[in-house]
Design a protein around this ligand. Structure first.
Ligand SMILES: Nc1ncnc2c1ncn2[C@@H]1O[C@H](COP(=O)(O)OP(=O)(O)OP(=O)(O)O)[C@@H](O)[C@H]1O
Ligand SMILES: [Mg+2]
Length: 640
């Protein structure tokens, strides 16, 4: 160690020497060789004699340019700030025209309150704002702007002209940049902000600009955010002379359709939940509309677009059971909350916020979405239809179990379905043993339950059913998986009912599986698996959860052990419990090529109607789809 310090001291002394004497062979190199020979490694050097110049005040333009680094990241940030100013000014119509992706020119005109002649020059100064004047104002700020920074920052890095005519003024006035005096100008009302040649005086930053297309895409997104937040304001966007959005003032649903597309609306649920003064409204996509990226996610807090980790987490959690991990939901959600409980002054671009009651907000957003998405029995395009579960009780007469003995695996699979059938509507079918023929006369279609009545099974994979709208196609494994999963969640909250195996199943396990089984015996018992060691690597399984009686015991138990591996027992009941149940449901669900009778199929349909989130399997795949008569007509060109 002392050697190392010695070498460092020498190096530093020699480096100073190098600087002053300009030796041709660097003493640093020589010392490094010496150090290496001595078996020492140089881990760093530091300049001990750097000279710190005297402190001085930065000039105002430089201060503004440094501040602009935070506010004006790219053309889209200019557009965002200028649009927000127009909104704050009470504009009812805003027109944006861009050139060269916004880098060449951003011109925004509004019909808001305008700026007085005397305030025009001030608007381009730093820390000049009309929006707050005290800390108290800041804490309850309701406008988009409050810092008095944006225009000054923009004007310090782009040629900026501000033209405005305040209400009641005889004519408009214009300032052509910071420090310039206002000159008379022509404008009917409102304000025009014209920002040209972004970064004309900071070439290094100009080099960081991406292609025109990319910069325009960012501007387009900034425009969309404001447009979504303010459907009551008419807005127009054009780029290089071509109009890309023309949005008349309207209501939120219409604006969401215009910005997100009608397809999104058709596959989204309307959200409307409140808790006291806090309210969540908007639309959240059903999983069938999920996306590979997060590009269609808009969350607003009191009209301000934000990206907030807490909120994103709450939304992700609400989708956890119905969306595959690699897919992303699309949503436009508006959280209205007392401004005094939100700190908006935590990020230079005001894109992050801090909630005073962060946990309560998380729970509120999570539950509001989870409830909305969990409503059962809905088609993507239809209005929510909820079919309450039929009252549990005596099995319907038509679904008595067949008298004859079936092979064990088949018998248990059938049992599961007769359990379904026992809770199905008595009016569905009347067979003592599985009837062979479809049972629904066409004229009954109008009275059919939401998912209709089964007609047939296709290739051992799909159920075909007829409902009031036309044809329903169900992926039977996916649907059954969701039903089992939801039922397991409920059943395992209490004491699970068990299916005792006639002959215990003995599984040959790996040492690792065996160790997991032994450490998790109690956890397994809580889920309905009674197990004990039957040898060093043999596990005897005496019971399985009654709901999973149809499953292949060996595969089911192995899958559960794989899930439990490395999972501390305390976590089973919390974080990863649902993943475990999903695995169990997948193994318990009816497999492809299993022939179902019509009553079994009908029972499955009725259970789907009564199950939360039955529209998607646990992996986010759709479980069923509807082909309306109109679609089928179109397909066959009928009536054309
Ligand atoms: N389009 C507009 N119509 C009317 N007044 C405007 C407009 N744009 C800017 N102003 C006035 O200029 C002031 C300065 O605007 P600027 O955007 O720099 O700051 P701010 O909006 O107050 O705060 P922030 O920096 O957070 O945006 C505003 O407070 C407002 O009084
Ligand atoms: Mg502003």
């Amino acid at each position: 160690m002392s050697d190392l310090i010695y070498v460092f001291c020498h190096i530093l002394r020699q480096m100073r020497c190098t600087k002053q004497c300009r030796h041709t062979v660097s003493p640093f190199e020589r010392k490094r060789e010496q150090a290496t020979r001595a078996g020492l490694r140089i881990i760093g050097v530091f300049a001990a004699d750097a000279v710190m110049p005297a402190i001085h005040r930065l000039s105002d333009p430089l201060i503004n340019q440094i501040a602009a680094g935070e506010v004006v990241e790219r053309p889209a940030s200019v557009l965002k700030e200028v649009l927000e100013n127009a909104v704050d000014a009470g504009a009812q119509a805003i027109e944006v025209s861009l050139d060269g992706g916004g880098a060449r020119r951003i011109r925004v005109s509004d019909d808001g309150c305008g700026i007085d002649k005397d305030d025009l020059a001030l608007a381009l100064e730093r820390h000049a704002t009309s929006k707050i004047s005290s800390l108290d104002d800041l804490e309850g700020v309701a406008t988009m702007g409050f810092r008095g920074e944006a225009l000054a920052a923009i004007a310090s890095v782009a040629r900026t002209t501000l033209t405005s005519r305040a209400h009641g003024a005889g004519h408009a006035w214009r300032v052509d940049g910071p420090g310039k005096a206002p000159v008379p100008a022509a404008l009917n009302h409102g304000t025009v902000v014209d920002v040209q040649e972004l970064y004309y005086n900071t070439p290094v930053r100009r080099k960081f600009l991406k292609t025109e297309g990319t910069e325009f895409a960012h501007c387009d997104d900034a425009f969309r955010r404001v447009a979504l937040a303010r459907p009551d304001v008419a807005m127009q966007l054009s780029h290089n002379g071509r109009v890309s959005h023309r949005l008349p003032a309207g209501d939120m649903t219409r604006r969401v359709g215009q910005i997100m597309g009608d397809d999104f609306l058709a596959h989204a649920r309307a959200v409307d939940a409140d808790a006291g003064a806090t309210r969540l409204t908007g639309f959240a996509s059903l999983p069938a509309y999920s996306r590979a990226s997060r590009d269609a996610q808009y969350f607003f807090v009191n009209g301000r677009f934000v990206r907030d980790k807490l909120v994103t987490h709450a939304i992700r959690e609400a989708y956890r059971d119905i969306l595959h991990g690699s897919r992303h939901p699309a949503y436009v959600l508006f959280l209205d909350i007392d401004p005094r409980t939100v700190d908006v002054n935590v990020h230079p671009a005001k894109i992050e916020v801090r909630f005073r009651e962060s946990r309560a907000v998380h729970q509120f957003v999570y539950h509001a979405l989870e409830r909305t998405l969990g409503q059962a029995g809905t088609a993507d395009s239809g209005a929510p239809v909820h079919t309450p579960s039929p009252p549990a009780g005596t099995p319907a007469a038509g679904f008595a179990r067949p008298a004859q003995q079936s092979p064990l695996a088949m018998e248990s699979a059938a049992n599961t379905y007769y359990d379904f059938a026992a809770t199905a509507r008595p009016s569905v079918g009347t067979a003592a043993s599985p009837p062979a023929a479809p049972v629904m006369p066409a004229q009954q279609a109008g009275e059919a339950p939401p998912l209709g009545f089964a007609l047939a099974q296709l290739h051992g994979i799909f159920i075909l059913a007829q409902n009031a709208h036309g044809l329903v196609l169900v992926d039977m494994h996916a649907a059954h998986e969701r039903i089992l999963y939801e039922r397991l969640k409920t059943v395992l909250d209490g004491a699970p009912s068990l299916q005792r195996l006639l002959i215990p199943a003995v599984l040959q396990l790996s040492p690792r599986e065996m160790a997991t089984a032994e450490t998790c015996t109690e956890v397994l018992a809580g889920m309905g698996f009674e197990v004990s060691a039957a040898g060093p690597q043999a596990l005897s399984v005496r019971t399985v959860p009654a709901l999973l009686a149809a499953a292949n015991v060996s595969e089911l138990v192995r899958a559960v052990l794989a899930e439990l591996e490395d999972m501390p027992a305390s976590q089973v009941v919390t974080a990863r419990r649902n993943a475990l149940l999903a695995t169990m449901a997948c193994h318990g669900a009816v497999r492809a090529n299993r022939t179902l009778t019509v009553p079994e199929m009908n029972a499955l349909l009725r259970q789907m109607e009564a199950t939360e989130r039955a529209d998607q399997c646990n992996h986010g795949r759709p479980t069923w789809t509807q082909f309306s008569l109109a679609e089928l007509d179109r397909f066959f060109l009928r009536g054309q």
